[in-house]
Design a binder for this molecule. Structure first.
Ligand SMILES: [Zn+2]
Length: 389
């Protein structure tokens, strides 16, 4: 088999980076580019569209319509670069010291570029089992279409793929576990007044602070309850408020405060259960504070549906296949959430394995080492070989 070309991969990645679709934005331009590219290798490309047709996921298959294939999946959206101290152009590829810089090089257009660079090889190989490309969008704002895409595969193809490899940055290590995540926004409606009236009004800021404290209290209680998993750090589900806003002046009791928070769950914990505990506590506070201000209210809404954790057995077949191909051993877990849990839930044995370091993701001067891309291209060759056996 011919070695895949690093320079082809570089020019594909350059194109991908120069189409910066941020999470939440319409993405027809990037799916258009990828579709045209794949069609030049006779791939039959399927595009899933949402009802307003501004969000698209891309799917294609190389090889025969038989069970047991491998899905290669990644997201096409990236996080913003604005406000970050970039010293190279964020949306252009810059090569320096055997590294490729640019938004998405590590997270995760580097992986997409490797898939695309392998398209012609997959096309020409005598595959006995198929390989699929499944590219999603809006991953960065809550893995919004991961499950949709995983289900779309079943809808489009009669055969049943066996495995999914999600190419998030893992330094090409095989990752079998990630935490799940759920993001919520809580709004507290209190009553305004002179700050001396602290016993008469209900300060939304004070109640919000109480609720944030409760998150930390509940999180610590999980450890006491023995709800821990040594494969993760921290080893328990975590609850964290990352943004809070309320009030207008130090001497005015705030009638409004909101905060945004997340729950990151280990396998076995359900984010919605923890949110239900939180809601129960809110109802208790409402009863208490309505005695003082009848209009007092706490409302919580989810900013996106819960993303399930990933828990694939280190003994599973896809781990054996990838570790053999990549010449790696063992498995590990990651603290970030990804779409692998959604693919797993949809019935595909799933792992994360992709080029680059997650430490580079979402930062200024994001980069991927060229050696990581080379390893990923080798993995593509190994996958083609495995599927041809
Ligand atoms: Zn990512």
């Amino acid at each position: 088999m011919n070695m895949l070309s690093i320079s082809d991969t570089k020019s594909i990645l350059t194109e991908l980076i120069s189409i910066p679709v941020l999470g939440g934005q319409p993405n027809a331009r990037i799916t258009g580019y990828i579709t045209d590219y794949l069609k030049s290798f006779d791939a039959e490309v399927h595009i899933w569209k949402n009802s307003s047709e501004d969000k698209q996921c891309l799917l294609c298959r190389f090889g025969p319509a038989v069970d047991g294939g491998i899905i290669l999946s990644g997201h096409m959206d990236v996080v913003p670069a604005e406000g970050q101290p970039w010293t190279v152009p964020a949306f252009n590829l810059t090569e320096k010291d055997d590294k490729w810089y640019g938004r998405g090089t590590a997270d995760m257009k580097g992986f997409l570029a490797c898939c695309m660079a392998a398209a012609s090889m997959f096309r020409k190989a005598d595959l006995k089992k198929p390989v699929y490309f499944a590219f999603s969008t809006d991953e960065e704002i809550g893995c919004l279409f991961g499950r949709t895409l995983a289900d779309y595969i079943r809808q489009i193809y009669i055969e049943r793929p066996a495995f999914a490899v999600i190419g998030e940055a893992s330094m090409m290590q095989t990752i079998t576990g990630h935490k799940g995540i759920c993001v919520a926004e809580t709004t507290v409606n209190g009553s305004a007044g002179h700050s001396s009236r602290i016993l008469t009004e209900v300060s939304a800021v004070h109640v919000a602070a109480q609720l944030v404290q409760w998150l930390e209290y509940r999180m610590k209680k999980l450890i006491g309850e023995g709800r821990v998993n040594a494969h993760f750090y921290p080893n328990h589900s975590s609850m964290h408020a990352g943004r809070i806003s309320g009030g207008i002046a130090p001497n005015v009791i705030a009638d409004h405060c909101f905060f945004q928070w997340d729950v990151r769950v280990i396998p076995g914990d359900d984010a919605l259960d923890l949110i239900a505990d939180f809601e129960n506590y809110c109802r208790e506070l409402e009863i208490e504070y309505r005695k003082r201000f009848p209009g007092f209210k706490i409302e919580t809404r989810l900013l996106h549906p819960p993303v399930p954790p990933l828990i694939t057995s280190p003994e599973s077949e896809i781990v054996r296949i990838l570790n053999k191909i990549n010449n790696t051993t063992g498995t590990s877990t990651v603290a970030y959430a990804a779409e692998a849990g959604q693919f797993s839930e949809a019935g595909y044995e799933s792992v994360i394995c992709g080029p680059g370091d997650i430490a580079q993701a979402h930062r200024a001067d994001e980069y991927v080492e060229v050696s990581q891309i080379e390893k990923c291209l080798k993995m593509m060759e190994g996958i083609a070989q495995y599927l041809s056996e």
